[in-house]
Write a protein that binds this ligand. Structure first.
Ligand code: OOG
Ligand code: MG
Length: 268
């Protein structure tokens, strides 16, 4: 059986030092429930260092993402406060290995989710929705992995940028989605690509959380999953996502000659 703590430490260190590791499944096959145990143990290490859970993210809710990564199961992972970047701000790529960006929508819950919700109920539990981008950064070499690997790696979670909150959920049906880099459209899609409707992601989130006996408190962020394939991030770029009728969100990238997260922590 795979050593859960050792695997969690390996992945956590890879993220801290921005250094890629070999896929865990290259040396040891392990089932997906063990992968979620590794994920939980690695988040626990972050919490021990002072990070705070702010929400969850779903992965592979669109066909575009499944096809790009060759994985066809819905997955979920945790978002922490240190992953949050400002809308309109500067994102330092120094702390990532090989980051990619993807256009998403983000929900904010207004009631605790303690059981699986139906599609009809989901809206009642939400306070707002915003255009968003997720920055993913697989801790595995060449951004390649099997399902168990990516789940153990907290579903490649690395950063998120959330735009202005809106309360109109009806505009989410088949809204056009554009990912723009330096003014050029690099990905075009629709919110309909996200499980048919992004609110379905909330239903799935409630199901997955309940199955793992996790309560999602009011004020939880839920990233619904990318509407399109992800796009590589390079320094010195202006990146923008537009979700028609919902809003826009943007950031610029830079690369400082600075320190990795691990070096910063050592000095703190
Ligand atoms: C896994 C994360 C997938 C999404 O939105 O589908 C994901 C990956 O592609 O590395 O975040
Ligand atoms: Mg994503």
């Amino acid at each position: 059986m795979i050593d859960i703590e050792a695997a969690a430490r390996l992945l956590d260190d890879a993220a801290l030092h921005a250094r890629a590791i070999n896929q865990l499944t290259a040396t040891e096959d392990f089932p997906v429930p063990d992968a979620y145990r590794i994920q939980r143990a690695s988040i626990e290490r972050r919490v021990q260092r002072g990070e705070r859970r702010v929400g969850i993210k779903l992965g592979f809710t669109s066909r575009a993402k499944m096809v790009q990564m060759g994985v066809d199961s819905l997955i979920w992972g945790w978002l922490t406060d240190t992953m949050l970047e400002d809308d309109g701000g500067r994102v330092d790529l120094r702390r990532f290995i090989h980051p990619r960006v993807e256009p998403e929508v983000c929900f904010l819950t207004r009631r605790a989710i303690e059981r699986p919700l139906t599609a009809l109920e989901a809206k009642d539990y939400l306070g707002a929705v915003a255009p968003a981008m997720e920055i993913i950064d697989s801790r595995y070499q060449d951004f390649r992995f099997a399902l168990a690997d990516v789940v153990a790696d907290n579903c490649s979670s690395a950063g998120l940028v959330v735009g202005n909150w809106a309360r109109d959920f009806d505009g989410l049906r088949n809204a056009g989605v554009i990912l723009r880099v330096d003014g050029r459209d690099v990905q075009i899609g629709s919110t309909g690509a996200i499980l048919g409707h992004p609110l379905r992601a909330v239903v799935e989130a409630s199901r997955l959380a309940s199955a793992s006996e996790t309560v999602l408190p009011a004020g939880t962020l839920i990233m619904a999953g990318a509407a399109t394939a992800a796009h590589p991030l390079l320094p010195g770029s202006h990146v923008q996502a537009v979700v028609n009728g919902v809003g826009e969100v943007e950031f610029t990238t830079c690369l400082t000659v600075g320190q990795t997260v691990a070096q910063n922590l050592e000095e703190a």
